[in-house]
Design a protein around this ligand. Structure first.
Ligand SMILES: Nc1ncnc2c1ncn2[C@@H]1O[C@H](COP(=O)(O)OP(=O)(O)OP(=O)(O)O)[C@@H](O)[C@H]1O
Length: 230
């Protein structure tokens, strides 16, 4: 069966005044639908670059990237941003919530780009907040929430438009151990119970244990994938 995500011969080269830097080199990668993948590797190995290419935030210099039915390296930049808004949810280390908006309003943000009615936006945002266990915090602003709660609001925002793919860049990098494990258990359940495909960059081997597969990047190349030991 075809994989959900297929990268073939992906190369990324940055050309600058100091010369060109090859960040990803002839990279092949397959990810299955509903798989939770951790991406590890030393600083500068190309993890964020790879994540950005997978999520359609950046394009490869060479090679092909298919996500679901869509060959995303072939899209124009406006097609790519439209594709992104319908198919990818992003979760970052520092949550990126709007401080003046309530949790419920933050979660609704991705739906403002659609033609959805306000009542439907509100309904979906409430469902997403409920799913991350924060229904009773819907009127709170980010400053009134803990780091772990803010990250869960960011996850609700990432899933509210029902994307198939979640891209997470160090989602627990700023959290204490307990909040981190709550967030990781939530991501795990989104893949297991809701069929979301999740790709997470992390420096933390304990965080990677929540994923079904761990890939290691080194100098722009993937080493052999490993299954969790736990
Ligand atoms: N816009 C750019 N122009 C030139 N070089 C870049 C650019 N973006 C990234 N790089 C280089 O690409 C390499 C990989 O960067 P990337 O951010 O993907 O690594 P990373 O594995 O995510 O690192 P970290 O763990 O430190 O975040 C680095 O050497 C970086 O300097």
């Amino acid at each position: 069966m075809e994989s959900f995500i297929d990268l073939a011969g992906v190369t990324k080269i940055y050309k600058g005044q100091a010369g060109s830097v090859t960040v990803l080199e002839a990279l092949d990668l397959q990810i299955e639908k509903g798989e939770f993948v951790a991406m590890m590797g030393p600083s500068g190995s190309g993890k964020t670059t790879l994540l950005n290419i997978l999520g359609g935030l950046d394009r490869p210099t060479g090679g092909t990237v298919r996500v679901g039915e869509q060959q995303i390296d072939a899209l124009s930049s406006s097609e790519l941003s439209r594709w992104r808004s319908q198919n990818v949810g992003f979760i970052f280390q520092f949550y990126n919530l709007m401080p003046v908006l309530t949790a419920l309003q933050n979660v609704q943000l991705p739906l403002l780009l659609t033609r959805m009615k306000a009542s439907e936006r509100m309904r979906r945002a409430q469902i997403a907040l409920d799913l991350v266990g924060l229904a009773e915090r819907s009127k709170h602003r980010p400053a009134e929430l803990s780091g772990g709660q803010q990250q869960r609001v960011a996850i609700a925002r990432a899933i509210v438009a029902d994307p198939q793919l979640l891209i997470c860049d160090e989602p627990t990098g700023d959290l204490d151990r307990q909040s981190a494990s709550d967030v990781l258990a939530l991501l795990q359940s989104l893949s297991r119970d809701h069929g979301k495909t999740i790709v997470m960059v992390t420096h933390d081997a304990k965080a990677a244990e929540y994923a079904a597969t761990t890939h290691h990047l080194e100098k722009g190349r993937l080493l052999e994938a490993s299954a969790p030991t736990a």
